[in-house]
Design a binder for this molecule. Sequence first.
Ligand code: PEP
Length: 250
Amino acid sequence: MSLCLVANWKLNGSKEFNHQWALEFLRNFNGNNFSILGIAPASLYIDHLKTILTDCDIEIGSQNIDLEETGARTGEISASMIKELGCAFSIIGHSERRMLFHETNQMICQKLIQADNNSVIPILCIGESAEENQSNNTFNVLEQQIIEALENANELSALIIAYEPVWAIGSGKTPKPEEINSVHEMIKDVVQSRFPKIGLESVLYGGSVNFKNASSLFEQKNVDGALIGGASLDGREFALIANVFNELRV
Ligand code: PEP
């Protein structure tokens, strides 16, 4: 089974935070782990979190990797480095990286290949802006992002896609659950028809997921799980969302 709920902690965390989070999570998680959970902390804390969460079935991943394996690239971290630390996955092409760090679909493509070469499952993030959404361009924009990111990475052994409308991230707004479902269906169709050699494991939804809206999202047939930012910083809320997922997906 593939990763279902993935926490993106972004630029948050400390050793103390990690301990408190684990306590709160374990206190509230019902233990019926039918889903596979993942946490993407700041890379500096990957190792620390691994030692804290040794007894729980939670995968650790990174929020980003470099597009090269080695070289004169000050400040970067490679796929092989995170693999050595025990990471199972890496988020790639998050909209914050696209906007703040000018990542293009071509760079994202190289990162996907790096992840695959190191047996790290890439979670490719795609999503439309508010303007693109309002002008009914969502499907075209997503299709183009998928094609450009995958056209030179068309034999990935495993891939997870996270549909994250840019306007939904951290805003408290989400598309209607049925709209998300049809976008996910389109994503699956595009990948399966255009890139039949790619092992698409699942399509996650990301953008203002919380305990209150979780069940309406997880009830959708094509929503295989979620990538969660803000709400994942609270160990209790992440556990409650995981419990909802487990109840609906037994
Ligand atoms: C994200 O940034 O990946 C995300 C989903 O954030 P949030 O849940 O806070 O909207």
